[in-house]
Design a protein around this ligand. Structure first.
Ligand SMILES: Cc1ncc(COP(=O)(O)O)c(C=O)c1O
Length: 406
């Protein structure tokens, strides 16, 4: 067959997937310290619990594990998630919820359900590159609104929405990551969460709340989720996208979407046509974590462990980059990432290749823009490398920049 490209669907011809994935492929030298991934540390993996649950479930339930599972999700896991959410101030019933094969599928379902080519979507600037990869398949137009140190610029958002209304084309949804955002680590303040809901309400636009890092808070007080705040107002405006990848382990590929029953029903229909069901074994492992582990103690351990790494990383940055070097970075209170801004003349895509020579890697920030790309930022991850590697990585980055005169 010649020229496959002509046979591809129009929206797939130029589709290149997740740009960060390709970059990670370039990091194949084991001496490179990678700040590029978004991996939880295996130090926090619940290995013994996983092995024990596997043994028990295989003995008890092997025929069902080897069978197809419910599209919507296994009843045991759904019940466990409902209890998990109740602890976080969210009340849902099985009608409001579906299990997904992790949040990336949750986002894909959002894109497929809501977007026609050319539809507008409001995103934070910068935003999660994987969400762009998911939505991109439908060919939307991105309306980026700058992220400030306390969340999206709500004044600008109001202007954007008002312009859209004047033009007669409102965005299909507003996509935000309010807790320790990927890539910036920024959290949306309570005041801005309320304003976001006000704006969603005023303009009749649903809000997609993507929340993988919520439990990973190392400092400061927990803020209510947009979903729970919306429930206090009567509910129905927010769709929640969750994953257990960062809290338990990404290999499990289990997450869930919550929202109005009719939306969840439609998403379940789409899941039926794509992956059909999330493997029962994976759902069982997740249910075992949720019901058989002392979650308060476990999350507390995670927060101490990652909080320590964050502190080490921030200290190393402050030691290596005094203000006169013109490098700035965010001050997250949780999550796994920091957003580092270089002087404007630095193109972090080029810097990426120079940094590989210094055996350190990061994600060039350009991957995190839907439009009006900025090139002098980078995303760095502090959850995966060891403490010593974090210090070394910052030193290597500093040496690399010094060689470039920064
Ligand atoms: C904001 C955000 N949403 C969704 C995902 C995807 O999660 P998962 O790997 O569980 O599909 C990630 C993963 O990094 C993320 O940071």
């Amino acid at each position: 067959m010649k020229d496959w490209n002509l046979r591809y669907a129009a929206n797939m011809r130029h589709y290149e997937g997740y740009s960060i994935g390709k970059l990670l492929g370039l990091i194949n030298d084991p001496e490179i310290i990678s700040l590029a991934g978004g991996l939880p540390s295996p130090d926090m993996f619940l290995r013994a619990e996983f092995q024990m649950a596997t043994r028990q479930r295989l003995e008890r339930d092997i025929d069902r594990i080897m069978q197809y599972s419910n599209i919507r999700g296994e009843a045991e896991l759904i019940e466990a998630v409902i209890a998990f959410l109740k602890n976080d101030g969210i009340r849902v019933t099985p009608d409001n919820m579906m299990i997904t094969t992790s949040a990336q599928q949750g986002l894909d379902l959002v894109g497929r359900l809501f977007l026609n080519p050319g539809d507008a979507v409001v995103i934070e600037r910068p935003t999660f590159a994987g969400a762009l990869a998911a939505f991109e398949m439908q060919g939307p137009i991105y309306l980026g609104v700058d992220l400030e140190s306390d969340g999206i610029d709500v004044g600008r958002l109001q202007d954007v929405l008002s312009d859209c209304r004047t033009a007669g084309r409102l965005p299909k949804f507003i996509y935000v990551v309010p807790d320790f955002q990927n890539p910036s680590g920024v959290s949306t303040s309570l005041a801005k969460r309320e304003i976001l809901l006000d704006l969603g309400d005023r303009y009749g636009i649903p809000i997609i709340e993507d929340s993988p890092y919520r439990k990973l808070r190392y400092q400061g007080a927990m803020l209510p989720s947009l979903y729970s705040l919306d429930q206090k107002r009567g509910g129905g405006r927010v769709i929640g996208i969750y994953t257990f990848s960062k809290q338990f382990c990404p290999g499990m590929r289990v997450g869930f979407n919550i929202g109005p029953p009719e939306v969840i029903e439609k998403m379940t229909n789409i899941k039926e046509g794509s992956t059909l069901c999330t493997p029962k074994y994976n759902q069982d492992m997740c249910a075992a974590f949720l019901t058989e582990v002392d979650l308060d103690a476990y999350f507390e351990r995670c927060c101490v462990y990652y909080g320590d790494k964050l502190e080490i990383f921030l200290k190393a940055m402050a030691d290596c980059f005094p203000p006169e070097r013109g490098v700035t970075w965010t001050q997250p209170e949780g999550g796994m990432f920091l957003w580092v801004s270089m002087p404007p003349q630095v193109d972090t895509r080029q810097l990426f290749h120079s940094a590989l020579k210094f055996k350190v890697a990061f994600v060039p920030g350009e991957a995190c823009y839907g439009e009006r790309t900025e090139r002098h930022h980078m995303r760095v991850n502090f959850s995966y490398p060891s403490r010593a590697q974090l210090r070394d990585a910052v030193k290597r980055l500093s040496d690399c920049l010094e060689q470039l005169g920064i």
